[in-house]
Design a protein around this ligand. Structure first.
Ligand SMILES: [Zn+2]
Length: 200
């Protein structure tokens, strides 16, 4: 998927995302760094983004672009990068990359925050937009019982915990829309304002 496609999918799942307080304000970005792999044509961008609800906390985020052309020679808009590949390329030579395209460059995204984990990690994983950098773990429900969807009218108590009598929480994002949290949103804007991502 591209950033544009993920954003479009997010808008279908969470129509207010673009206008809610969380998505219209950029959260602070700290500790930006990148990894550049000329032989794989990949560039990974990393940072920590401030939590909105707990300003003393930051979440680890990653945005991984694929199919990025590298050049050995400076180009008009080329951004100089040091290669990360070990033993494959001359680590002392500079490479030049063009800004990734918001509209066309394939991307995988990761954020450690609960919204990303619970709303989008699996959905982005099955859409090929999760880097699986830390090993994808399928969600396992820790509370019982699992609510039925659609609810079985002949057995309406399937969503009631027989011990506590409480109703299990509904599934999050059951239609499996890809999307991203406000931290990824802020980091994308950071990369755009830094010239690393173009809106072309
Ligand atoms: Zn997040």
């Amino acid at each position: 998927m591209t950033l544009k496609e993920i954003g479009f999918s997010l808008g279908r799942y969470r129509p207010a995302a673009r206008t809610s307080a969380g998505y219209s304000n950029n959260l602070k970005v700290f500790g930006y760094r990148y990894e550049a792999y000329p032989t794989l044509q990949k560039v990974n961008h990393f940072a920590r983004v401030q939590s909105q609800s707990d300003p003393g906390h930051t979440w680890s985020v990653g945005i991984y672009f694929e199919g990025v052309p590298f050049s050995n020679e400076p180009t008009e808009h080329g951004i100089p990068v040091n290669p990360t590949d070990k033993g494959r390329v001359d680590k002392n030579s500079l490479y030049y990359i063009e800004p990734a395209s918001y509209n066309t460059t394939k991307v995988k995204i990761y954020c450690a925050c609960p919204d990303s984990q619970f709303s989008f990690e699996y959905q982005n994983y099955i859409a090929g937009a999760n880097p699986d950098r830390y090993g994808y773990r399928p969600y396992t429900r820790k509370t019982v019982p699992i609510p039925t969807r659609p609810r079985n009218p002949r057995n309406p108590n399937t969503a009631i915990d027989p011990v506590t009598g409480k109703k299990g929480r509904d599934f999050v994002n059951p239609k499996n829309y890809s999307g991203h949290c406000k931290h990824i949103y802020s980091f994308v804007n950071y990369l755009i304002s830094s010239g690393l991502v173009s809106m072309v």
